[in-house]
Design a protein around this ligand. Structure first.
Ligand code: NIG
Ligand code: FE
Length: 425
């Protein structure tokens, strides 16, 4: 790939073997997940960070504005909208590789959590960690995400479980949104697990968050969403309903960790409350799939968790797609259940383990998660007027993106018209 040296606000990106636009109405359900709008030998014109024109290479190259633009030769690669990773726990203090080895030895995720490990071990470390250290670690991970083709990231708090610490995480996320190029959408997950101080009284903790913490967080514009881990060992459906109802009244959006370990009815709750997203859904049953599919709640599947936890069962992606649900894919990047920040790997798992077609997986990693973050007006597809959030891959056929796994195929990433990663520019 060669980029010309002149400085201006326009780029002509040409020589894309396949320009995968994912253009059209969002969100996508059912068979429409396969419509990824490929333009063969395509090109795009970018101006002031947005897509000014897109289409057949000859037509775009002949536009008068194309002559003045800097040239970026995509070298016959496949070009996609940047991935939208709509579920991460980006700010965490340290790895939990010790627990990884315990699990390999036979201990389960829940057994480790009951013994005071798991999320609570991250909480102990995070409360002591300086904001500057957390920020620089998270920034490093964001650079790795960008290098793998991700351009928008949702990030959750939830490893402090006290007000000062939760504010510390949310402020780190806000600061990262200003200091580095990826867009960060912040979610308050104070209801991750009951903190040690409220271990025997989670109801009081939920009330405190509903009445005191949330209003303050919303006033300070530190979170666009509120999330609850609603599962065995975390919070009940009633507790989740109370906190999420309070969040809704304050005007922020809702997300829910639902049906990961057990079937609790949390998926239905997400649909009932009009949540933007219900995530995990590994244990969801037939009727609940129909309820979710009939709603506008995005079903965000996280196959990296099953993979990392060494589980045989993956979420029933085909049933969700056949029922007409809005299916999305995300990493769930976190130190306990899925330590990969790489969306390409998630696509491979979705295809091989959940039998999603490569085209379905691409839609589920771009426009559908963008919809779940209400960012579909600006991200998730390549269309005139949208931000030039672009990822180019070292392949000639989009199916090779999930097919080659365990390697980084991303050749360059552009965010709002700026090249933020390049293998060899
Ligand atoms: O999405 N399920 C709850 N939360 C995370 C795990 C967090 C952790 O183990 O640190 C998840 O899997
Ligand atoms: Fe999660």
């Amino acid at each position: 790939m060669k980029a010309s040296a002149s400085r201006n606000n326009s780029w002509l990106i040409s020589n894309c073997a396949e320009l995968v636009t994912v253009a059209g109405s969002s969100p996508r359900r059912g068979r429409a997940l396969r419509d990824i709008g490929i333009i063969e030998d395509g090109a795009l014109l970018v101006h002031n960070g947005k897509i000014a024109a897109i289409g057949d290479r000859r037509r775009i190259e002949n536009l008068p504005a194309a002559r003045r633009a800097r040239k970026l030769d995509a070298g016959g690669r496949v070009v996609l909208p940047g991935f939208v990773d709509s579920h991460t726990h980006l700010v965490f203090p340290a790895s939990r590789a010790v627990e990884y080895e315990m699990r390999i030895g036979g201990a389960s995720y829940e057994e480790i959590a009951r013994a005071g490990g798991g999320i609570r071990s991250s909480v102990r470390l995070l409360r002591k960690a300086p904001a500057a250290v957390l920020e620089s670690q998270a920034r490093g991970w964001l650079e790795i995400m960008a290098a793998h083709g991700t351009t928008t990231v949702e990030a959750k708090s939830g490893y402090a479980l006290n007000l000062a610490g939760e504010l510390k995480i949310l402020e780190v996320q806000k600061s990262l949104g200003r200091k580095q190029p990826l867009e960060i959408v912040s979610t308050f997950l104070g209801a991750h697990v009951p903190p040690p101080e409220y271990r025997d009284d989670p109801g009081t903790y939920i009330e405190k968050m509903s009445r005191q913490w949330l209003p303050r967080i919303v006033r300070a514009e530190l979170a666009e969403y509120c999330d609850v881990f609603c599962d065995r060992g975390a919070f009940t459906v009633d507790q989740a309903r109370m906190l999420l109802t309070a969040a809704k009244k304050l005007g922020i959006g809702l997300r829910l960790h639902a049906e990961q370990l057990t079937n609790t009815g949390a998926g239905r709750l997400a649909a009932e409350l009009g949540a933007a997203s219900a995530d995990h859904l590994d244990q969801v049953t037939g009727e609940d799939i129909r309820v979710l599919a009939a709603s506008d709640t995005v079903c965000t599947l996280l196959p990296g968790c099953s993979f990392h936890l060494g589980l045989r069962d993956y979420a029933a992606a085909r049933k969700f797609i056949e029922a007409g649900a809005i299916v999305a894919l995300a990493t769930d990047f976190n130190p306990g259940t899925c330590p990969t920040p790489n969306m390409q790997m998630i696509l491979s798992l979705a295809c091989t383990q959940m039998r999603m077609r490569p085209a379905e997986a691409i839609t589920a990693a771009t426009i559908n998660p963008a919809y779940s973050l209400r960012a579909h007006d600006r991200a998730g597809s390549l269309e005139v007027g949208k931000y030039a959030d672009i990822a180019a891959f070292d392949v000639a056929d989009y199916r090779e993106i999930p097919y080659y796994f365990g390697v980084n195929l991303c050749a360059f990433t552009m965010k709002r018209g700026a090249v933020i990663y390049s293998k060899n520019l």
